[in-house]
Every structure is written in structure tokens, then in C-alpha cells.
Design a protein around this ligand. Sequence first.
Ligand SMILES: Cc1ncc(COP(=O)(O)O)c(C=O)c1O
Length: 395
Amino acid sequence: MKTENQTNRIEQPIYLDYNATTPHAPEVIAAMRSFLEEHFGNPSSAYSYGFRARSAVQSAREQVAVALNCQADEIHFTGCATESNNWALKGIAYARKNRGNHIITSQVEHPAVIEVCRYLERNGFAVTYVPVDEYGMVAAADIAAAITPQTILISVMHANNEVGTIQPVEEIAVIARGRGIVFHSDGAQAVGKIPSDMQKLGVDLYTIAGHKLYAPKGVGALYVRKGITFERLLHGAGQEMGKRAGTENVLHIVGIGTACDISARDLEVSMAHLKATSDRLFAGLSGLLDGVLLNGHPDRKLPNTVSVSFSGIDANALLSELRDEVAASAGAACHSGGRAVSSVLKAMKIPENRAFSTVRFSTGSPTTLDVVDRAVALITSAVKRQRGSSPMSCR
Ligand SMILES: Cc1ncc(COP(=O)(O)O)c(C=O)c1O
């Protein structure tokens, strides 16, 4: 992986938004290159061009399966994590609608789950959105309490994209299995950052996203435990073991396979690196500034994610001032129609003022400690300047 200096050759802002997306790993680019330049065959073709492409897709499926500790034919490639989530929720809801119409999820899911639930509510399903505690964590007991005889599906994310809190997925899986309910988890933010072992987690379906782990955008995967029956989302020809029609995106599938290979190989080192960089970031900011509060669980969280509130600061104004120096995300947005706090911070009952002063920083494998120190200095100066100027407002 390149160092941050190499990545930022032309004085790009320091990138601290790896939960939004990641650059391509050099090994991913190298593996994809021949499929961009040379191997263009259709995996369904019955001649050498097709065989080459088909074997690349199969190797990638095996690489993903090794990273998730499952079998290769339990992995289905998709166009993105959003598609995987749509497929998991709609696919199970429609396959099981004769058994019941109730779905359980949490209040801190990504829109790629929440909006699917809203759609299903408009189409005859009932959804319970289980609340979270102040750390953004769901209690497995609350999931159990929400189960009714009509419950057919539970979907709770593995790790939260905004605050990094890791949900008690293993405990929920035990409850779901005991009651014969299918359990899906959105692992888009987890894979490559924490262990994502399908056997240990005990989930039935699991979503992964290529571009969160140094593979390209536009590719994802859905793990489906053998024996789970679910409806198709895309109808057409017989690709993906007859379950997801459409000619395979061989290039990007090679990318996500390679990225999973790297993540399985390097996970321990990578976790230590992510933790070292994010701890340094938080220690730097909270050591140099007053009124810096951490959001999310202090321990059970992604090693790379630091969601902080800077008291008295408008996060959007801060990020706008830092636009050329540091790239990160605000926890709330100002629209022409007003102010919108993120649903995650709202569910955690973070007061509005604090939500508007919240910035999510997330480090990645190219982030060095030197880069973190530079970012801390830049952010600290900007916060001090802002605190010394106008009162907090939506600018
Ligand atoms: C937890 C989670 N799920 C799903 C998604 C959707 O990913 P994509 O936009 O790649 O489909 C994201 C993206 O940020 C995410 O963080």
C-alpha cells in the first residue's frame, strides 16, 4: 500500500474518510490490470475467453469465502452493498411471506437497510426499528423482546458506519437461530477492519462492499448460508448459480477477490495499525483542545473510526474551512430546507447542538502517524479559529 505522501502527490487534503470509500490497493490494481487490458471474455462463453473469465470469477469467489470463513458457493457477487442489502431483505421477505410478515432491524442501520424496510412496510410487511443505547449499541435482549410469531427476518449491522460501534451480532444470531428466524447482517464497514467469520458470527446472510476495503466501487457480495432459500432480485439468465442474473463484472470481481485476500492475510497487522492511527488522532485532538467528546462505544468499535464532537463548533463550517487540508464527514448537514441530524446520532439521543458539532474521522491503511499528527495540528488550529470567531450557526 502507498504511503499517504505518495497518495497525496499533488497536495491533496489529508484523507481521513476511509469509511466513505478507500483508494485501490496496488495489489488490487495489479490483479485487475490484465482484465482491463486483455481478458475481456464473458464467463458464460464456452471457449477459452470464457473459461479464463469464469475461472477468475471462481478464484475471486474462493478468496472472498476464505476471508469470511465460508464456502465459495455461499458467496454471490452483486453490484454494491446496497444491492446486497436489498437482495437480503427483499429476497427473504418475499420467500417467507407465507410464514409471517414481521421484520426486526435497528434504528442505526444504513439507509441501504432502513429504506428497504420502509419499502417493505409499504408492501405489506411490518417492521420494528429497535432503539439503541447512548453508544449506538442494540441490546440482544431488545431484539428478543421484539420477536413475534410473525417474525421472519432480523437485520442488524455488524459495525456502524458513523460511530463505529460493533453490534452484538453473535448473541443476536443465537436468538434468531433458536426461533427459526433468518438473520442478516450488513458487514459493509466491518470486512477488512475486524474479523468477519461467518461461522463465529452465526449469521445467515452477510453483506460486503468492495470499495470499503480497497477494491473498486460498483462491486459487492452477499454471503448466504447454505440451505437458506431466498427470492431473486434480478431476473434473467442463469449467472451467479442461477440466483443473480446479469453478466458478471469480472474486472471488479477480481478486485474484490484480491482485496479480500489481502484483508484475510493482513487483518491483525491492519487492525493494530488502524487502532494506532485513530487512537493517536483522538489523543491529539482531546489533548490539545477542550470540549472534545467521543461518540460511539469506547471499546466495542471499529479500530479506525473516531466520531468526535467539538463543543461550540459547527462541523460543516469547520470542514468547509479545512476543505483544502483535511477530508472528513460531518454528522449532520445543512440543507436549503433546514438542518438534518444524522439518524444514527438521533437514535443515540445525542443533543442537536452536539450532533451539529460532530465530525467522523476514519483512518485507513495508507494513514501514517505523521499524517495523523499533521491533521491534528490543522484541525486544532481551525477549531481554535472557529471558536474565536462567530457563534455556532448553520452556514
Ligand atoms: C454500513 C453500510 N452499509 C451499506 C452501505 C452502502 O454501500 P454502497 O453505497 O457501496 O452500496 C454503506 C456505505 O457507506 C455502509 O456504510
